[in-house]
Structure formats: C-alpha cells, structure tokens
Design a protein around this ligand. Sequence first.
Ligand code: WTA
Length: 650
Amino acid sequence: MSEKQVFNPNPEFSKNARIKNMDEYNALQNKAMNDYEGFWGDFAKEKIDWIEPFTNTLDESNFPFVKWFEGGKLNVSTQCIDRHLDTRKNKAAIIFEGDRGDVQTITYLDLYKNVNRFANLLKEDFGVKKGNRVVIYMPMIPEAAYAMLACARIGAIHSIVFGGFSSEALKDRIIDAEAKVVITADGAFRKTKPYMLKPVVDAALEGETPVEKVLVVERNNEDVTWVAGRDYSYNELIKDKSAVCEAQVMDAEDPLFLLYTSGSTGKPKGVQHNSAGYILWAQMTMEWVFDVKENDTYWCTADVGWITGHTYIVYGPLAMGATTVMFEGVITYPDAGRPWAMVENHRINQFYTAPTAIRVLHKMGEDAPAKYDLSSLKVLGTVGEPIDPPAWKWYYEEVGSSKCAIVDTYWQTETGGHVVSPLPGATPIKPACATLSLPGIMGEILDPETGVKVGVGESGYMCITRPWPSMIRGVWGDEERFVKSYFGDVKKDGKPVYFTGDGANYDNDGYITITGRTDDVINVSGHRMGTAEVEAAIKKHSNVAEVAVVGKPHELKGEGIFAYVVLKSDDGVADEVEEVKIINNIIKKEIGNIALCDDMVFAPGLPKTRSGKIMRRILRSIAKGEKITQDISTLEDPSVVEKINSMVNK
Ligand code: WTA
C-alpha cells in the first residue's frame, strides 16, 4: 500500500451502487480489454433508444478518424426527453434556482414542450436546418438547455460560447464555425443586479459576419438595442409555436456540437463531438460515477459554456432521466453558505464542483457547512484541475461528514466525459488522486520517448491507447490540426495514441495522479487558457515588442497568469500601474475577464535560445521564485535571466 491514507467506500452506499466493489470494476475492465467491441456494443444496445440499430460497432481503419456505431440512427433530444415520458412525465428534469432565489421546476413533460417549441421556432422563423451551426451565448437559465436540445432535435450543430468571453472572442468563434444564428439573452442577474449579454453580441456582429439572425431571450428585461430584420424576441416568437416537433433522424456519427477550447498554440480549436458515442458515455458516466438514483437530485455548479456544463448539467443527467439543478447565481453570494443552503433546500444527493470553488468556499466559510443539513449528500465530485490535499480534506470531512465518496473526475473537452475517476461505491479513494481509468477507457501513462508504460513514481504522459465512443471527432475545419494536436506526440508499439496534454504518475497501487499540463496551457480556476492566446492579445498593444506568458501557482485559482512584457521604448515605463491597466483592458476586450493577468513585469528582454525560442521553463521558475537550475550558458543573452529574476524576486 502507498503511504497515502485510504478511505474505503461507505458500505451503506456501496450496497445499492451500480458498480459495488473492485471485483465488479475489474470484471468490467477485463471484459473491455478482452472484447473491446463487445463491451461497447452491448452497452450501446442497452442504453440508447435507437431509431435504427447500428451494424458495426467500431471502424478504426482510418484512425484517428474513427466511426462508432455505424448504421445506427437516433436523435439525442429524444434520448434525453421523449423516452422518459412514459415513466417520468411529471418528474423534475431541471430545477432552476435563479440568482435572486427564484425557483422553477421543469418536469420532463414541460421540457418536451419547451424544447419542441424552441425547435419549431428555429426551423420555421429562422430557417435552421440539419448541419447548420448555431452559436449560443447565454446565461445559466433553463432556456440555455432548451436551446441546446432544440438544436439537437432538428440536427443543428450548437456551439456554446461561455458568457464571460468578450465580443472579440465571440466573433472569432462565430466566424470560425460559420454560424448563421446566435441565441442569446438580454442578460441575467448576478449578485441580485442585472448584467448584460446582448451588447456583447451586438459588438461581435459589427462588420462582416455570417450571422443572419439573433434570438434574444428576455431574462432581466433591461433595455437592449434591437436591429430590425436581425434581432427577434424569443418571448414573443415562442408564443404561437406548436409543442410537437418531429425529431430529425440522425446518423450515429452526425455532429452534435462544437465547443471551442484552448490549445498550446494559435487560436482556440472547435472540438467536435458526434451524436451516439457522446451521448452514450455521457449517460454511462452519469450512472457509474455519480450513481444517481431515481429519486435523487443532482447539482453540478459548472456553466453550460464549458464541457462540464454540456455533459454533466444537460446531456448526461437528462439522458439518464435524472433531476439536474441549474443555478444562475454566484456560489459565494450572499455568503459562502449559499451552496449548502441549496443542498439543504433541494435535498441534493450529488454535488459536483471545481477545486477552485472548494478553496474559495473553504476560505470564506470554513464553518458554513456545519450550519446546514447536508445529510442528503452521498457523492461529492471535483473537476477541472488537480485538487490539493487541504481542500480535499475539508470537502471530505466538513461537507461530506466523512461519509461521502469524493470522485476526483479527470477528463477534458476532448474526451467528452470522465476518463479517470473513482467509482463511489467501489473504489477506495486517496486524497487528491483521480485513481483509475473507468471501465472501457484504456488510460495509460506512457514515456513520451519510448511509448512504454512508466514505472511507479515515474512521470509520464497521460494517454488513451484505444479510441472510445465520446472521443473528439475532429477540430472544426482543420483535419491536420486535429491529427497533430492529439496524435502527434506519443506512439505505443509504433502506433500513434491519443495524448491528453497532461502529465501523470502511478503510485504503488497503480492509482493515477494527474500532475498538470505538459504544454503551454494554463489552468486558471479550472478554465483552460492558452498562453499563445493571452500573448496575442497583449501584442495588440502598440508599445509591446515581445511578451511571454506563463502559469504561476495561485492559492485560490490553482494557477494565475504571469506576463513578462518587453516594451518597444527603451526608456522604461513612466507609470507601470497605468500600463498594466491598459494591457489588462486589451485582454478584457480580446478574450474576457477570465484571462486578466495576475502578475506583469516589464522585462528588459526575454531568455531566448540562439535560434530565438523563448525558454519558458526559466520564466516559470522565476515566476515561482525557484532557484534557476537550467543551463543558461547557451542563451542568446544569459544576463537577461538575472536581470528579470532580480526584478521579480527582490
Ligand atoms: C485539467 C474540463 C487534474 C487537465 C473537464 C485537463 C484535471 C484539463 C482534472 C481539461 C482533474 C481536468 N485533475 N486535472 N480531476 N480534470 N483537469 O477541457 O489539465 O476545460 O487537460 O475540461 O483540465 O480542461 P477542459
């Protein structure tokens, strides 16, 4: 056994869990290893409500362009709604809690009607057809879920852009996806005050864009500008729509959505997920990892603008027929007891959030959980970044009363659903450890040079060595980038395998600990940020000659953004504070508040090799205040290292 403390699953929860113990886990994983197609084919037959059955489980002849469940026909919205109507018509599908505490319960029948009306609106009034791209720029309100499912119903491909992104970021994504429709809201409420989204859409649509029509959900009823012939009120148009809309018959591999995410180079990539494989794994992981039971209430605090919101607020829970909570507000408002009050009020059984949120809730309200009745909780999830042991301990002991399972779920936009995670009824857990690959997922930590599995305690690259159903199917409009970004780094037995971009290691029990990105992606509060994107924004400032951005450990956010900026004028900066403000304003305009720099230094130069490559590792060490151990003698100008170091670590 490893030196880390082990917590066995609560026997009371294990008794009725879908996967009850490690023998059951091992049996499933062995089946997958011995008969991969049989494993997935059986689950696909059992879980999906096929319109026509599939004829071939997996075609990997053109790897990494793989096809799952060929010949199968389905519709993801009927999988999430219609098939539940016989047994769950009056069950809550979504419980919405607004920022101001307003609560709305949407049953599966309500959901059916609202989604069908929405789908009819898109079809009849906006001419949206199968395969068209629709950008969704929405707050956390039920209409965001209706919009997603309405697109799925008519075969349109949605591309959600997180509401915190700026007009420039929104515009880039609209253009890349060639979207003809944008769905947005006037705005919503945050800390009881209205905030606005529509003006951001207006700014994004200035100049040439492919957008023909904009649908505006009126949520906060603040004044907005209406462009005649382009902007339409959802609240008006929806009134006369029929609550019946036939679902478009979709091929298993027809695209379901795009979601833009950051990589180590260039602009964000439009990650494409297709219908059958994605929804299958969304549903299966919901069942296995959260073990949601028929009368349970489940809450994931993510935003639908990120993959966690797609898979674990909307698609996964609804596909399995669960009750999913959607929250518009801020979890620390009016105080750090808000989530615990919600757990008590809605009797929430599974709670899923990011380590950043846990750290903030811990710091702001260490004793807050004790003030509420949290006895309904069974499973506590974390996602998005490595969780640190103190945060884990507080979550386990204070929120979970040392009886809940903590599922540290490791996955990515590209994986569609969880890939490494404990199973709440089966896996003995260790603090801050994602534990084992889920059944069916061939996760392996490989040596990047040799492609051989690393030994205990050695660092390697987190890879997945066989295609899985909810695997990314492409980068929108760029096949080469898809192949290069994910299948170019690691080969096993001479064949390329999927590389996640994360480093990891095994402990004595074979448990996987994810150590973080090996590339130039920073993880700020669980949000993925490409250093190249932030650098490109900073370079828009006319006085910036060069810039390098790195991540720096941050007490609450996990990682903060540290920028080294070289200005064009040699005579330094007259007013550093003012200059930082100007640069941060540019970042705000180009990307959004989530990319603002935590630290910025105006450096005399950057450490570069003679071929001009910036040595980011040195910059990371300086940002952390570490001793510089790298060999700097080969740099173009070694003296710059000491100069920068003395500025940062005075
Ligand atoms: C990181 C979020 C450690 C990782 C679902 C990954 C994690 C990136 C964990 C994906 C975890 C996610 N432990 N690191 N449990 N979960 N990550 O695409 O670096 O927004 O590559 O998807 O988050 O971020 P993305």
